[in-house]
Design a protein around this ligand. Structure first.
Ligand code: NAD
Ligand code: UD1
Length: 335
C-alpha cells in the first residue's frame, strides 16, 4: 500500500514512517517542515533503505495535496501534521485552528475528490480533559481545556460526521497518551526548538548539561509521591500501533474506530527522574516548582480495546524509553 504521511518528518511521523516501511508499505512524506527538518527524511531513508519521496508543502494547499495523492497512487493517509504546543495554542488560537482544523479540512477535501477514504488520525488523550475515572477508556466523556485540545476534538467530531455521511470511509482516531523515547539507532527522536515544554525532552537536556535543572511542577498532587502521573509510551511502540491500525482498517468493515494508544501504566515525575538518572549514570538536579496551570494529577489509559481489536500492545518499558532518549540526546548534543 502507498501511504501518505502528513507530518511524516515530525517526531511521531518519522518513527511511524520507519515502522510502516518495515511492514512493507511504500511511504510518501508530506510536510512543510514548520517543526522538523528535511534531514529527518534522510535518516528515514537510511533506516529503511527506501527512497521515501517528499512533498514539501502546507496541508492547506489542497491542489498540491491532490497532486501528491495522484502522482504517488496513494491508498491510505496517516495524518500527523499539526501544531501541538498547548501554551502556544492559548496565545495563538487562530494559528492553531487554521493549521490543525483548516489543514484537516483541506486533506479531507483532497481525499474526497480522489475517492480515497482510508485515514488514520493522530488524536490525543488531551480530548479526555480532566479525567473522571482511571484508567481512561475510549468511552470516557470528552472535553478540552485549551485551544490545542479543542482543535483535536473538533477534528475528531468532523471525522465522525464524515463517517456518518458516507459509510464507505475507514477512519481510525488514535488517542496517544504521552509519547517519549527515540528509535534505537539514535538517528531520529524528539528535538524540540527552544526550551522543551514536555517532561522527557526537558530531563534529557538537563542530563546533557544543556539546562541547569528540572522544575518539577508541583509535589502536592493526590498521587503516591505528590508529583504528576502520566502514561508514557515508547514512540517505537506507538509507531507499531499505526501499522496495526492501518492493517485493521484495510481488513475490517468501513466505519469510524477509536483507540487509546498507551501502556496502561502510570509513572510519576520523580519516577521518571530516577529512571533517567539510572540510565544516564548521573544525578539530575531538580527543584520543586509551583503546579503548572491546567495540569492534572494523573492520567493513564485503559488499553484493552487496542489489544483485543488491533492485536497491539506496548512492549517497551521505562528503561528503553530513557535509554533511547539518552542515546538520541547525546548524539544531538554532540556528547
Ligand atoms: P511534530 O511537531 O514533531 O510533527 C508534526 C509535523 O507536522 C512536523 O514535521 C511539522 O513540520 C508538520 N506540519 C505541521 N503543520 C503542517 C502543515 N500545515 N502542513 C504540512 N506539515 C505540517 O509533532 P509530533 O509530536 O510528531 O505529533 C504528531 C501528531 O501527533 C500531531 O498531530 C500531534 O498533535 C499529535 N500528538 C502528539 C503528542 C506528543 O506528545 N508528541 C501527543 C498526542 C498527540
Ligand atoms: C502534554 C500536553 C498535552 C499533550 C501531551 C502529550 C500540556 C499542558 N499538555 O501533556 O496536551 O497531549 O503533552 O504528550 O502541555 N512536568 C514537570 N516539569 C516540566 C515538564 C513537565 O514537572 O518541565 C510534569 C508535568 O507537570 C506533568 C508531567 O511532567 O505532570 C508530564 O508533563 P508533559 O510532558 O508536559 O505532558 P502532559 O502535561 O501530560
Amino acid at each position: 500500500m502507498n501511504i501518505l504521511l502528513t507530518g511524516g518528518a515530525g517526531y511521531i511521523g518519522s518513527h511511524a514512517a520507519v515502522a510502516l516501511a518495515s511492514a512493507g508499505h511504500q511511504i510518501v512524506v508530506f510536510d512543510n517542515f514548520c517543526n522538523s527538518r528535511p534531514t529527518v527524511v534522510d535518516q528515514i531513508r537510511a533506516l529503511t533503505g527506501q527512497p521515501i519521496p517528499v512533498v514539501e508543502a502546507d496541508l492547506r494547499d489542497t491542489a498540491v495535496l491532490l497532486g501528491a495523492l495522484t502522482t504517488h497512487g496513494i491508498g491510505a493517509v496517516v495524518h500527523f501534521a499539526g501544531l501541538k504546543a498547548v501554551g502556544e495554542s492559548v496565545a495563538k488560537p487562530i494559528e492553531y485552528y487554521a493549521n490543525n482544523v483548516q489543514g484537516t479540512i483541506s486533506l479531507l477535501q483532497a481525499m474526497q475528490a480522489k475517492g480515497l477514504k482510508t485515514l488514520v488520525f493522530s488524536s490525543s488523550a488531551t480530548v479526555y480533559g480532566d479525567p473522571q475515572y482511571l484508567p481512561i477508556d475510549e468511552a470516557h466523556p470528552t472535553a478540552a481545556t485549551n485551544p490545542y485540545g479543542r482543535t483535536k476534538l473538533h477534528i475528531e467530531e468532523m471525522l465522525a460526521d464524515v463517517a456518518r455521511a458516507d459509510p464507505q470511509w475507514r477512519i481510525a482516531r488514535l488517542r496517544y497518551f504521552n509519547p517519549v523515547g527515540a528509535h534505537e539507532s539514535g538517528l531520529i527522536g524528539e528535538d524540540p526548538n527552544g526550551i522543551p515544554n514536555n517532561l522527557m525532552p526537558y530531563i534529557a537536556r538537563v542530563a546533557a548539561g544543556q539546562l541547569p535543572h528540572l522544575n518539577v511542577f508541583g509535589n502536592d498532587y493526590d498521587t503516591p509521591d505528590g508529583t504528576g502521573v502520566r502514561d508514557y509510551i515508547h514512540v517505537v511502540d506507538l509507531a507499531q500501533g499505526h501499522v496495526a491500525a492501518v492493517r485493521y482498517l484495510l481488513e475490517h468493515a468501513p466505519g469510524l474506530y477509536t483507540f487509546n494508544l498507551g501502556t496502561g501504566q502510570g509513572y510519576s515525575v520523580l519516577e521518571m527522574v530516577r529512571a533517567f538518572e539510572a540510565v544516564a549514570g548521573r544525578p539530575l538536579p531538580f527543584t520543586i516548582a509551583p503546579r503548572r496551570p491546567g495540569d492534572i494529577a494523573s492520567c493513564f489509559a485503559k488499553v484493552d480495546l487496542a489489544a483485543s481489536a488491533l492485536g497491539w500492545r506496548a512492549t517497551l518499558g521505562l528503561k528503553e524509553m530513557c535509554e533511547s532518549t539518552w542515546r538520541f540526546q547525546q548524539r544531538a548534543a554532540g556528547l
